[in-house]
Design a binder for this molecule. Sequence first.
Ligand code: SF4
Ligand code: SF4
Length: 446
Amino acid sequence: MAKAEPELVQMSRQVSSFRWPDAPEEEKFSVCVHCGFCLDVCPTYQELKDENHSPRGRVLLIKEAAEGKLPLDESVIDPVFTCLDCRACETVCPSGVQVGSLIETARGQAHAAYPPIGRAGALERVFLRGVFPHRSRLRAIGKFIRFYQRSGLRTIVRKTGALSILPHAAREMEAVIPEVAADMAVDLLPERIPARDAKKGTAVLFTGCVMDVFFAAVNEATARVAVRNGLELLVPREQVCCGALQIHAGDREQARILAKTNIDVFLATGADYLVINAAGCGAALKEYPDLFRDDPIYGERARAFSARVRDISELLVEVGFAAPKGHINRTVTYHDACHLCHAQHIRSQPRQLLRAIPGLKLVELPDSERCCGSAGIYNLTHPDMASALLERKMDDIPETADAVVMGNPGCMMQIRLGVHKRQRDLDVLHTVELLDAAYRKEAAEQ
Ligand code: SF4
Ligand code: SF4
């Protein structure tokens, strides 16, 4: 006969405030030893000095909600959504607490309990479900923004003050949206691009959604750099948005739909790697198994998929890259995107690529791993905190630098905003753009 469970255990299971599948896992929150090492690196704790807005506080709130000691109300939901999901706490945690996973699954519970309404609901319906997962709609929006930027409409709209109907954060972003290219790279690049010289492997190029609308040139540079270094590239048209923004918002159901498509598309190619140039997307792709931990079929497929995901800087160092001979005579500084350094532990590879460029001087950015405040759509949902963090980031950028380099489109948009607000003479570039420029200069000089 099965041994009866102690009454307290039965009670705690009955009253857990996380009532939906895919809840925060006990083995993840129970390993926190409350040491507090994480407090000093947490940007929201640095700003608010409130234990509930620290990693330790958030983990405790999640634990107490899981044990039914706290209801799933604002006292839990607000700290969980004020978190940047930047993972700086994971870097210093001696117990290996996976704060990011706990935050994301807790957000999933909040999303299930209180489906977003008002502005948050509109953001989700229009962008996270309505636009980002659909290439044709992304393409249409890209075309409209390009028309807006090039037809004179932007000048009229700005002069008439029509932008005042937008929230402040959206108005600020409008000022710094990059010039949109005529075509997305996923439409422009051939579906198969042979490797130059000796082939080192085959990689699927993941083009993303926001990245391909606003930074299609970075995708094209990534393709050229990969092929130049012996990778055969596949660019499947059927790939979709990675689901990172949906995961950040707690919409794990929509993220799973997108993830299944990407897993199926990638595994069908038989490629050795999936290469990505956006830190947030790369981290989400590597963490797909977390979305399918209760699914025996897609759990296995997600593990096979994620094992082959590489950031472009990571892959170039792994397979070996050719040092460019073209000189780029600039002084740059490098910002560590949170989802590259904390979530994927990629720190040295982008610096190796930059240091290999003749003429390029790399000056270190103080506290370069501290979040810039971008964090998915955080700068729209929490504009005050995002703005405070951006100000700190801008304060740190060395005066001697003429460009800030990074590996994430969200950070690129956010730091473009900082440059605009401070009126600084600084370019905001992706790491592969500089490497590609050096290779192209080398080719032009031959
Ligand atoms: S999350 Fe990690 S670093 Fe922070 S209090 Fe818990 S064990 Fe310590
Ligand atoms: S993920 Fe970032 S913001 Fe969230 S608790 Fe950890 S350090 Fe703080």
